[in-house]
Design a protein around this ligand. Sequence first.
Ligand code: NAD
Length: 496
Amino acid sequence: METIGHLIGGKPSQESSRTQDVFNPATGEVTKKVAIASKETVEEAIAAAQAAYPEWRNTPPMKRARIMFRYKTLLEENADRIGELVGGEHGKICHDAAGELQRGIENVEYACGAPELLKGEYSKNVGPSIDSWSEFQPLGVVAGITPFNFPAMVPLWMFPMAIVCGNTFVLKPSERDPSAALLLAELLHEAGLPAGVFNVVNGDKVAVDTLLEDKRVKAVSFVGSTPIAEYIYQTASKHGKRCQALGGAKNHAIVMPDADMDNVVSQLLGAAFGSSGERCMALSVAVTVGKAAGDALIEKMSAAMAPLKVGEYSDAKNDFGPVITKEHKDKVVGLITSAEEQGANVVVDGRQTVVKGYENGFFVGATLIDNVTPEMESYQQEIFGPVLQVVRVDTMEEAMQLINDHEYGNGTCIFTRDGEAARYFSDHIEVGMVGINVPLPVPVAYHSFGGWKRSLFGDLHAYGPDGVRFYTKRKTITQRWPSAGVREGKSFAFPS
Ligand code: NAD
């Protein structure tokens, strides 16, 4: 059986004292093993990145960007190969995997603008014969730790920008679907990246802790669940590193009484059930304002859910695939059951879904739950499955209060035709990414991605302009070239 290894200093490595199973979630079978790196292997990757840094730091930004231009083309040419690895290990359907890659490629396109993005700021004559400028210097070796749910896109949020800014990089992808990251790395080397600039180590907590504690690593970007994000942020900060740690979510959509309900239903279908709900921007709670909106949503949504097709990744007619593991399926099913036990009404029930020919797959069918209340466990926790919960309220203020009171603040959306309501919502809602009649308001690559509250630990969001700032340090230089013969007298006053 194939063992997925690492890529260190431009060379494949298989080092592992331990391995872990990699499943095809559609069949439930173990299809590969992944090497779980020891501390020494991670240190080897850090050393390779450290050794490559001085030369890479001094490589002109335009030359670094040219590699990204070639990389973009290679990613496009290899989209099907990447999609197959993503589908076979994550389970998402081929059209969804293609969409994820496309959003990742947009970050490569943004990174191609590095020479422009790194130009810095300049002020002439801040004093007599004095000029001042700020430049943005790379940090050194930086690390990325990524989740299972976007095995191509989330790494692409990180390393292209970090690398064009002049840093070298160690990526620790999710051990549950590790193959796509290695192909991304291979293609980047094919595009001309020097060995050691980008390294991939597969592993678990041992690898992560090594990256967090090693003095040579200057910054850590993390995306994953909130408890781990908080741990990463605290540990990295304790070790003096810059850190951005993006966590979990519970994204609500407010459905106002004036919303176009057919549009709401068609938008919510993809936003709630796409990728089996395993998206940090999945819309998992619909908050309906007024009885009529609640009743209409339940009626139209249950009808629209009937023809949804769950199945295996390679059949583009399927709407979504399995969840990632058997344990995760049990968790999702358990949370649906807990909602039912606590008094909610399971209107469409995906718990017993079995896909013909894939009886051992980790499938959960699309599920709709009505009359959910904030005390319920299923409301408080991130389910991360194909489950849409409906909470009914009487006013928009109540709906907004629910969202503002929730511990997560990643994404949200309002469906309405009322511009004043939409403007009030976007102004006052305590959430980092807001949609107005847009259910998945994932910012494009030239904006930045990040939630509020316990959905993000750190100051700077991921990718886009914040990405440039995260992966660089500002240095401000003040310079005087006095004219010949001009000498300043002494002064003990603060320079002004
Ligand atoms: P996870 O937190 O279990 O794992 C993320 C990474 O952390 C993996 O690389 C994993 O190996 C590592 N890790 C896991 N446990 C660890 C530990 N105890 N110590 C150190 N490292 C550890 O997350 P996941 O299940 O892979 O991904 C799903 C989660 O990610 C969801 O909560 C989802 O909302 C979140 N997510 C957030 C965003 C965002 O942008 N906010 C994007 C995608 C996913």
